[in-house]
Design a protein around this ligand. Sequence first.
Ligand SMILES: [Zn+2]
Length: 119
Amino acid sequence: MSLIKCPSCQKQMSDKAKVCTHCDSYLNPNEEDLKRMKVLNFRKYRDKMFRFKMLTFTAMAIAVLGLVPMLWTYAKAIDYGFNAQFANHWGIYLVMLGFILYVVVRVFMYLTKRNYKSG
Ligand SMILES: [Zn+2]
């Protein structure tokens, strides 16, 4: 047995091993292995996208948690005739946080999708 370099992660692996112990990529894959790799990659991709989707829901929930009390203040302001200052309302931080999180997650989703399609 000798050590060779894994073609995909460049780490040392045994030349007898069929699968790299570091990155799980197949060495000299046959048709069956390629099929298995495809299924595995799809599952990884699907799980990743699912987690991202959950994160976008979380981001939206955070934004709503900030937005609702702001609207509540706004409604009260109309009732009592004072000026509601949204910039000073604590809800604005939650709205901004939710918005930023949402955008970041969408970027990661886009990159993951592009990566999956090119891979
Ligand atoms: Zn490897």
